[in-house]
Every structure is written in structure tokens, then in C-alpha cells.
Design a protein around this ligand. Structure first.
Ligand code: SAH
Ligand code: SF4
Ligand code: F3S
Length: 570
């Protein structure tokens, strides 16, 4: 077997304009778009004989020996997309910080722009193309400015990078690096390659990368909230969704490394933690013994892929994570309805610090559409589950994601989405018009036949119903006392902003209020306070600050299900 060596010359040889090389150790695909050196040695020069035991580690001359930059290079991060991208950016920053890179929040100081991207809908990608227009101009201006001789580099990371691969560089010439969600460890090297004017692409997906040993460094160190990805990828293959193609196969991060990170975050003062996975219900730490029997899917639910067996489940992880600090609020998302176990509901009911808000994405209210979407449940099965959750966790809030205008959706089918939304009464909902994505089953099998204006109209109707319904739900809270975790101050109004258990924004005026030690003090980010709700809009509640408290103290007084008792007490 032979390995490729001396790639510097191989890369630079005039093999058309585009040359791809598979690297021996990481199967890195390096795409070189510039023809720099006209002549080079023959193929023999690039091969190592692995049977030669005298070679300890092949010398790879195409990589700069010293990837430590001569000058400190400052990175500017742009983050688009879901919460997972926030956590991924923290992972990237941790990797690059370790390599001596610096960070800036000022564009003018930046040497490298790293854009963490999303590919979920066309609109999400359009935002990134606009940003790239701006960065291209910035790069050009910097190239002709006298005071800066370090060329600006642009790296595209994340799901759009994975979806478009080298096409991204072909379409947007200003881009230097393209790195998919599983290749962030490679970033220092990919960036080093660009020092010679090359472009570098690594979009290989992995079966086991979870970055378990990388301690993310949060971009926003002052935030009292943090995200932890407990798993990566998705095997569900909903027919509309690009995620399985951009994030690869589902894999879970070992529970021990998650719990360690939770402890570190607690030590940094984090008060609210969201556990992230495309479907947390299929979390399995296979390095742990099987503590539970494998439960079958409930009646009315099915799955397209073979569920993994054994290992530690999400309910056990939730139990361990919530036990780290009873004062730390724990949230999680997303929980696919098809395999929602009772054990998870049990842990939620036992732990005051696990927020009683379940994100149960329905996607549609029509069984026929759900079948075309390959969601694995019918409208009836979803409603039965929603009722079961409400019965098990009195006072629980439900949130959802919904898509309108999916392939073949009729007006009647859309009406079923509206009636489902009305029946369930979601506290929080994320509503989207369908956007056809290449590669998905829907792209191959169905027609994107709902006209844009119909999608827009349905989207508006969904939004209107949601707002009206939310306003009514929120109005019911007037007079109740909510436990609010303070996040900060609204710069415009000067009011304090926090979130209640259901993740609804609560605003109130700053005041000196009674503290736990009997004294009085103002509120600051990270404080738990009791707030009496006085007014409600569809997405924000406003109230009167009452007193400082703690999570355990508050729920000793008012159990979550009975929290309306607080209305009487105050
Ligand atoms: N794993 C999560 C979803 C992640 S993507 C889950 O199953 O809930 C977030 C949301 O984007 C999805 O829930 C879906 O509502 C929406 N979405 C995904 N693909 C879409 C598409 N092609 N068009 C419109 N919305 C889409
Ligand atoms: Fe996409 Fe479905 Fe996976 Fe969610 S569960 S990421 S919607 S394929
Ligand atoms: Fe977007 Fe990728 Fe998240 S497509 S929604 S950034 S998983």
C-alpha cells in the first residue's frame, strides 16, 4: 500500500484546473483551483511504501511545517441557522483558539471570516449569499489597501458547506475554505493551506465524530444560557429535510463527557442549559451498559430506520444532567413524536429544574401529508401523544415546528394543520413555508406543486392563528406568579428581560427587591426572580418584580402544575 506524499507538487501540477487528492491519513479531499507551478516531479515522488518500517510518520510537505501563523490571525465569526450551529461555533473556536488564533468582534480587524451556515430552506441560504456579497467586497477592498498586507480569508462552515461542497468555491470565488460539520478538527490545517493562495475543502462526514473531547469555548461568555449537542446527525430521513445529508448519520456523544461539560458550565455561572439533538429520544450512549429494556414504539408510530439497541438512554442522561445542579434549568430539543418514551416524562415530572416545555414537532396536521413527509405517525397518534403528555405532566407547555405548502398539500389538508394547532394550543411554534431541497426524497419523488403565493398565504394564516391562540394562552397567565430567569436589559426600553419556564419572554422594571438574605438588591443576569404577570401579548409577558428566589425555593412554594395557586397568594 502506498501513501501520497510531496503533495505540494502534485497539487500544483497542471492537471486541468481542478485536482482532487485523497490524503493518506484523514482521507482529506483537497481541491486546488489555482494552477501555480507548471512542472513537477512524477507520480513516484508522491508515494510512500508503508512496508518500509524505517518511516515513522510520513512527511507531508504540502502542509506548512509550522501551522502557527507568523502573525496572529484574528477570526470574525458569523453564525446562521439553528442552536446546533451555535454550539458548533463554540467547538470551532475552541479548536482554533488552541492553535493560537485570536478572535475579534470588529470586522475591520479581522483576517479570517468564518461563516457557520444553514441549508434548511432556500431563504436560509439566501441570507448567507448576501453576507458573502458583503465579504467579497470587504476582501477586495482589503487587498488594495496599503495598511494591511495580510490577505483576508473566508471560510464557509456547516450545513451549506456540506450541501454545496466545492460548488461553493466555484460559485463564490472569494471563498477560501469549505468545511463540513464533521471536519472542524481539520480547520487549522485547511486554513494553513490557504496561506499559499490555495483553496481547501473538507466535507467528509463521519460515523463517529462527536467532538466529545473538545471543550467548547463559548463565543458569548457572559450569557447565562448554553447549548450542548448530545448527538450529531439524523437517520430519520423525513422526505422534505436536508439535515441527514448535511449532518450525516446519527451518533450519540458519551454521557460522561456531556456531564463533565455540564459541570464546567455550572462553574462558569451558566444557569440554563439546552441539550440538543435532531431527535433526543433516540439518544444512546452505547459505551454504557443497557439499563432499560428496549421499549417498542407506541401504537400508531413507526420508524423508517432500525433503532439502535442497548446503551444508556435519553431518560438516564436527563436524570444525570439535571442532578448536576438543581439550580440549573435544563431544556432539550427536539423530541421526535415517533419514539417518545414514558421514562422521559417520568424524569421531567420528578425534577423541578427540567423545564416543563416539550418540543414535539408535528410538521403537519394531516395524516396524508405526514405520510408523504415520512414522519412515522398519523394526526390521531400525535394527538393521543399530546394528550398523554398533558395528563402525565399537568401544566406542561407544548411547542412545535410546522410546515405548510408541502408537495401536494391541498387546502383541506392545510385546514387539518390549522385544526391541529387549535386543538393542541401550542405555547411556542416555529412555522415555515415548504422549501424544496435537492437530494431529499421529496425532490426525487414529489412535485413542489403548491404555488409560492399559496404557500405565503397559508404561512400567514398559520402565523395569525398561532398568535391569536398564544395571546389567549398568555392572557390566562395574568395574575399568576412566574419564576423568571433574568437574561439582561432591553437596550431600547431599559426594562429587564428574562424567560419563564415555557421560554416565554417576561419583561419588567428594575427594582430593589427582597433578597434571600433578608436585604434588598436589584436584579442581575442569572438571578431567579418571582414576577407577577400583569399583561400579555402573543410573544411577551410583562409583570411586576416581587422578590429574589431560587429555583428549588420557588417550586417548594408552588408546584409547577399548581402554579396558578400563586394567583391567590399574591
Ligand atoms: N430534527 C428536528 C428538526 C430540525 S430542522 C425535528 O425533527 O424536529 C428544523 C425545522 O425546519 C423542522 O422541524 C421543519 O419544520 C423545518 N424544515 C425542515 N426542512 C424544511 C424544508 N425543506 N422546508 C421548510 N421547512 C423545513
Ligand atoms: Fe430533518 Fe426529520 Fe431528521 Fe428532524 S428528524 S432533522 S426533520 S430528517
Ligand atoms: Fe440548518 Fe443544519 Fe441546523 S441545515 S437548521 S444549521 S442542522
Amino acid at each position: 500500500m502506498f501513501f501520497v506524499k510531496n503533495c505540494k507538487y502534485l497539487i500544483a501540477r497542471p492537471l486541468k484546473n481542478l485536482l482532487k487528492i485523497k490524503r493518506w491519513n484523514s482521507q482529506l479531499r483537497v481541491t486546488i483551483t489555482k494552477e501555480k507551478i507548471k512542472q513537477g516531479p512524477g507520480l513516484k515522488e508522491f508515494l510512500y511504501d508503508t512496508t518500509d518500517v524505517s518511516i515513522e510518520r510520513p512527511y507531508i510537505p504540502y502542509l506548512p511545517e509550522n501551522v502557527q501563523w507568523k502573525h496572529k490571525r484574528k477570526i470574525y465569526f458569523d453564525v446562521y441557522g439553528c442552536q446546533m450551529n451555535i454550539n458548533d461555533t463554540d467547538i470551532v473556536w475552541s479548536i482554533l483558539k488552541n492553535e493560537g488564533f485570536e478572535r475579534t468582534e470588529n470586522e475591520d480587524e479581522a483576517d479570517i471570516f468564518l461563516v457557520m451556515t444553514c441549508a434548511i430552506r432556500e431563504g436560509a441560504e439566501n441570507k448567507i449569499w448576501h453576507r458573502l456579497d458583503h465579504l467579497r467586497g470587504f476582501k477586495r477592498r482589503r487587498a488594495i489597501s496599503k495598511d494591511k498586507n495580510i490577505p483576508v480569508k473566508i471560510g464557509i462552515l456547516g450545513c451549506m458547506a456540506e450541501r454545496l461542497k466545492e460548488k461553493l468555491i466555484e460559485k463564490e470565488k472569494a471563498v477560501d475554505v469549505v468545511a463540513g460539520p464533521d471536519s472542524y478538527r481539520d480547520l487549522p490545517r485547511l486554513l494553513a493551506l490557504t496561506d499559499n493562495g490555495q483553496t481547501a475543502v473538507n466535507v467528509l462526514l463521519s460515523l463517529d465524530e462527536t467532538y466529545a473531547d473538545v471543550v467548547p469555548v463559548r463565543l458569548n461568555q457572559d450569557s447565562i444560557s448554553a447549548f450542548i449537542s448530545i448527538m450529531r446527525g439524523c437517520d430519520n430521513m423525513c422526505t422534505y429535510c436536508i439535515v441527514p445529508f448535511t449532518r450525516g448519520r446519527e451518533r450519540s456523544r458519551p454521557a460522561a463527557s456531556i456531564v463533565d461539560e455540564v459541570k464546567q458550565l455550572r462553574d462558569q455561572g451558566v444557569k440554563e442549559l439546552t441539550l440538543l439533538g435532531q431527535n433526543v429520544n433516540s439518544y444512546r450512549d452505547l459505551s454504557q451498559p443497557d439499563a432499560r429494556n428496549d421499549t417498542r414504539l407506541a401504537e400508531g408510530f413507526k420508524t423508517v430506520y432500525k433503532a439502535k439497541k442497548g446503551g444508556l438512554r435519553f431518560a438516564d442522561l436527563l436524570d444525570q444532567v439535571s442532578a448536576v445542579d438543581p439550580e440549573m434549568r435544563i431544556r432539550f430539543t427536539a423530541a421526535h413524536p415517533k419514539d417518545f418514551p414514558d421514562e422521559v416524562l417520568q424524569v421531567i415530572s420528578e425534577r423541578a429544574n427540567i423545564c416543563k416545555l416539550v418540543h414535539l414537532p408535528a410538521q403537519s396536521g394531516s395524516s396524508a401529508v405526514l405520510q408523504r413527509m415520512r414522519r412515522g405517525y398519523s394526526r390521531e397518534a400525535y394527538l393521543t401523544l399530546a394528550r398523554h403528555i398533558r395528563r402525565t405532566l399537568p401544566g406542561v407547555g407544548l411547542s412545535t415546528d410546522m410546515i405548510c405548502g408541502f408537495c401536494g398539500e391541498t387546502e383541506e389538508e392545510f385546514q387539518e394543520t390549522l385544526t391541529l394547532m387549535d386543538l393542541v394550543g401550542y405555547n411556542v411554534a416555529f412555522l415555515f413555508p415548504y422549501s424544496m431541497r435537492e437530494k431529499t426524497t421529496a425532490y426525487r419523488r414529489y412535485k413542489d406543486d403548491v404555488p409560492e403565493e399559496v404557500k405565503k398565504n397559508r404561512h400567514n394564516r398559520m402565523l395569525e392563528l398561532y398568535r391569536t391562540r398564544c395571546q389567549l394562552l398568555n392572557k390566562e397567565e395574568i395574575g399568576c406568579v412566574h419564576l423568571v430567569l433574568v437574561e439582561g436589559t432591553n437596550k431600547k426600553t431599559g426594562q429587564i428581560v428574562g424567560r419563564n419556564e415555557l421560554y416565554i419572554k417576561v419583561v419588567f422594571n428594575q427594582e430593589d427587591i427582597l433578597a434571600e438574605d433578608g436585604g434588598r438588591r436589584q436584579v442581575k443576569p442569572g438571578d431567579y426572580v418571582a414576577v407577577k404577570i400583569l399583561a400579555a401579548k402573543s410573544s411577551v409577558l410583562s409583570g411586576q418584580l416581587l422578590y429574589h428566589t431560587s429555583l428549588s425555593e420557588f417550586y417548594r412554594e408552588f408546584s409547577w402544575g399548581d402554579r396558578k395557586i400563586a394567583r391567590v397568594n399574591c
